[in-house]
Unconditional design. Structure first.
Length: 284
């Protein structure tokens, strides 16, 4: 059965395609700006040296050089200003797409978005791979093969091993890779799992291959058997009733205040953190 091209997932696909195009164009613009600065006269290069990229773009967009027909310096100034303003426009477009994607992904897969490691873009990418009719996938192994995470035998002689799969949907493979990196950096269970694999002689690539395969299994069940996201709109009220500040609450459960604030406002759902936070708020 083929993927259907309708519904919320199709809306996500369109927005993500536009977002990727805008990001690609913005990268090209920043390279053009750097190239112009590298070949500009010494006075121009010195003026803009040492600025961070975002501040550089804002500063260039706010300049008022003379007409481009006056001199070489004026032409360079006008060119930099126009490129910077175009870059600002693309940044605003990407931000707008991000907001729309978050809204749609929250509708399509709230439980997935609330699972540790899954962000808006990675979740959207996996939803697109599965399609609007994920029931066409017979098993989690089918989804893993579709994402290019099914292991490929690469044994030789007495050595039994597997290698990374270079096939499948590479965007979905990237999404699983990003989720794996997030969990490896701050997930105790994932760190313990990776440590066990390394103790058994697995290389870094082997660990990532095994981890992506496990995440693909989890992602398939989150897509094929969606569950409602945990309720978080009452967490702030519960905290106020307890008379606790965000800093106090964060220190008590080992989280960041900003992260709890995002959780209370529904900006970055996290089922595990929400459960831990609610347990602390409702404890006697």
């Amino acid at each position: 059965m083929a993927k259907t091209g309708d519904g919320v997932v199709e809306q996500i696909r369109v927005l993500l395609t536009v977002r990727r195009s805008a990001i690609k164009a913005r990268v090209a613009l920043t390279r053009q700006i750097k190239s112009l600065l590298n070949t500009a006269p010494e006075a121009v290069r010195t003026r803009w040296t040492g600025r961070a990229q975002e501040r550089l773009i804002d500063a260039l967009a706010a300049t008022r050089p003379g007409p481009a027909t006056e001199s070489t310096v004026s032409a360079i100034g006008q060119g930099l200003r126009r490129l910077a303003r175009r870059c600002q426009y693309l940044t605003a477009e990407i931000s707008e797409a991000d907001d729309e994607l978050r809204e749609l992904v929250d509708i399509a897969a709230p439980s997935m978005l609330a699972t540790k490691g899954y962000g808006v873009i990675t979740t959207a990418t996996l939803l697109i791979t599965a399609g609007s009719n994920p029931d066409r996938l017979r098993s989690e192994a089918s989804f893993a093969a579709l994402c290019g995470t099914s292991p490929i035998p690469a044994s030789s002689g007495k050595t039994n091993r597997y290698r990374l799969n270079r096939g499948g949907d590479r965007q979905a493979n990237w999404a699983l890779h990003q989720i794996g990196l997030v969990r490896l950096s701050n997930g105790p269970r994932t760190k313990a799992y990776a440590a066990r694999l390394r103790a058994n002689g697995k290389t870094k690539k082997d660990v990532l291959r095994c981890l992506k395969r496990a995440i693909a299994r989890e992602a398939f069940h989150l897509i094929a058997h969606p569950q409602p996201a945990p309720v978080t709109d009452d967490l702030r009220q519960l905290r106020h009733q307890r008379g606790a500040s965000l800093v106090e609450a964060a220190m008590s459960i080992g989280a960041e205040p900003a992260r709890l604030s995002e959780l209370e406002r529904g900006k970055r759902p996290n089922a595990k953190l929400a459960s831990t936070y609610r347990a602390w708020l409702t404890a006697a």
